[in-house]
Ligand binder design. Structure first.
Ligand code: 13P
Ligand code: SF4
Length: 365
């Protein structure tokens, strides 16, 4: 989506000025305006969030403030769309910077997914029994697609429960857009990544598979990935273990299967936080996820050794686009009665997307 440049009066402000003006605008707006912040947001945003969480918690809690008429979502586009789908019609959802997307979510679009579905129908015939599951990191119309076709949404918190449910509804799962979360989840449920999973490349006929391979697969995994989590490697794990005997390796399930298998623990951003918080003072943690979150953990718990598994800094560049000056701009506009950057999911899409999200919230409650 196109983000208009910030007005010049917002581009030259000092960090302290931005901070105090955000506080002032928030105070004027009162409790009707709620700021949500995903764990990957920078500290200068998180300090203003009324509520922070992983994508599951933020979707679940979108309705937590019944008095709210406006949600300012400091996260990425698919998260703001989910909040718009899950909240009542009168609630406006704002994304401070429209350029804050998710490169993984962009790896699957509705035309490619519909084409894949048709090809699967052609190969599997009338008896086709495939349940589509979309990671919440996907566009609203993909959530609509799964809602319309008997499937569900999942997040990194609840993927095993959601996928296990899907396999009670049909014989196979089409999982998009993150092949790694799909593979890790299938493996956690006891399926063999080598023999029971194929990868669907949307740019190849039949996704690059033979008809036979599709017929015998349990999981059809979309060829998408997160560029941040792809950076974590076995070499980094080996190095961390060598340099810090007794260290715990904790990674996000968007990492590759071999990395997840070599780690001691894996889970969503919320799981990562809870695990480190529950650990003993003096314990050591190499964490395979986005750098803003890892640095915050290290700062909040100085009595533990906590560092990012990747020695090169690995920020999510799209999350990072929510600079405090964008938050200030949206809030001061609201103070003046002007709504900028509202995310509106069209009603037609919303209907089935809500079915899919509600299914997730029910199945994974
Ligand atoms: P969580 O659901 O764990 O917050 O992850 C969202 C995400 O985008 C991870 O890259
Ligand atoms: Fe998307 Fe990866 Fe950024 Fe998460 S970390 S929002 S999956 S690009």
């Amino acid at each position: 989506m196109y983000q208009v440049p910030l007005p010049p009066e917002y581009t030259d402000l000092s960090a302290e000025e931005i901070r105090s003006r955000i506080h002032a605008a928030k105070a004027k707006l009162g409790s009707g305006t709620v700021i949500l912040g995903h764990h990957y947001q920078r500290d200068e945003i998180i300090e203003h969030a009324d509520h922070r969480g992983d994508s599951y918690k933020l979707a679940k809690d979108a309705n937590l403030h019944p008095e709210a008429h406006t949600i300012v979502f400091c996260g990425v586009h698919f998260m703001a769309e989910s909040a718009d789908i899950l909240t009542p019609d009168h609630v406006k959802v704002i994304l401070p910077n429209l350029a804050a997307g998710c490169s993984m979510a962009d790896m699957a679009n509705i035309f490619q997914v519909r084409k894949c579905w048709q090809e699967l129908q052609r190969v599997l015939g009338d008896a086709m029994s495939v349940v589509p599951v979309t990671y919440i990191n996907s566009a609203a119309n993909l959530k609509g697609f799964v809602g319309e076709n008997g499937g569900t949404v999942c997040t990194s918190t609840n993927a095993p429960t959601a996928v296990a449910w899907a396999l009670t509804q049909g014989e196979k799962v089409l999982f998009f857009p993150d092949q790694h979360l799909g593979r890790n989840t299938g493996a956690k449920l006891g399926y063999d990544p080598e023999t029971e999973m194929v990868v669907w490349d949307p740019f190849k006929p039949l996704g690059g598979n033979s008809e036979e391979a599709i017929r015998s697969a349990k999981f059809i995994l979309w060829k998408g990935h997160c560029s941040v989590h792809k950076r974590f490697t076995l070499e980094q794990i080996a190095k961390a273990r060598e340099e810090h005997p007794g260290i715990n390796i904790l990674v996000h399930p968007e990492c590759e299967l071999e990395v997840v298998n070599a780690a001691d623990f894996n889970g969503s951003t919320e799981y990562i936080i809870k695990t480190v918080e529950a650990a003993e003072p003096g314990s050591k943690w190499a964490v395979g996820t986005e750098i803003n979150l890892v640095n915050r953990l290290a700062k909040e718990m100085p009595d533990r050794l906590i560092f990012c598994l990747d020695p090169q800094i690995c920020p999510c560049s799209t999350m990072y686009r929510v600079h405090p000056s964008f938050l200030l701009w949206t809030l001061e506009n609201l103070v003046n009665g002007v709504v900028v950057n509202q995310i509106v999911v069209p009603d037609k899409v919303k209907h089935y997307a809500k079915i899919a999200l509600d299914r997730m919230l029910t199945v994974c409650a």
